[in-house]
Design a protein around this ligand. Sequence first.
Ligand code: HEM
Length: 198
Amino acid sequence: MGCPISTLASKPAVDTSEEIALVNLTDSQKEIIKESWSSIQRDITRAGIILFVRLFESHPECKEVFFEFREVDDVEMLRVNKELRAHGLRVMSFIEKSVARLDEPERLEKLAFDLGRKHYNYRAIPKYFMYVMPEFIRAIQPILKGDLTPELEDAWKALFLYLTGMMRQGYLEEERRKTHARGPPSIPSSSVRSHHAI
Ligand code: HEM
């Protein structure tokens, strides 16, 4: 893969520097993620709804981003809201695609980077991406029950750190592009993206 971090020892490595969040998942972490996904997948709609309802409960400011939800304060109303259901499922479908690309780092990187770019246009800021991982873990707990071991939880957290880190880079790139649209050309995306570490 040509990336120094991917040649590191088998422990996951995280670089939490401002620009880049590199995560190196071990082969066994990738395997347990894939295995657990088949169980999560069966309950994907419920998990998606739980994830977003909890996100709005713990971080109500996220509601502002969803124009449709702006006036909705009652959490029960949110639970049945069609738009919410749709977005919860979109997030889970993205996770599904990511799991399917765990062994294709370049494709996975592009997927997450491009999604981050889109979120700039949705006005969903990177700080909010970070709120999703703990809610995802809470949403899969009742599905996996005892199968959600500390090792599996760590593996999912590492994958989320990678994905949201890459989304953040895409967001920042889109922000630069838009900000410089009337000024000097933006920094080429290759110079801000990581080196496919996963
Ligand atoms: C790990 C975090 C997240 C993932 C994986 C994710 C995934 C997605 C996906 C796959 C889409 C559809 C993109 C398309 O149009 O092709 C989407 C749209 C959107 N996302 Fe996210 N998202 C995340 C976090 C958030 C957060 C935290 C917010 C707001 C606080 C947000 C707000 C939106 C909005 C407003 C849209 C457009 C409307 C819609 O599709 O419902 N996203 N997201």
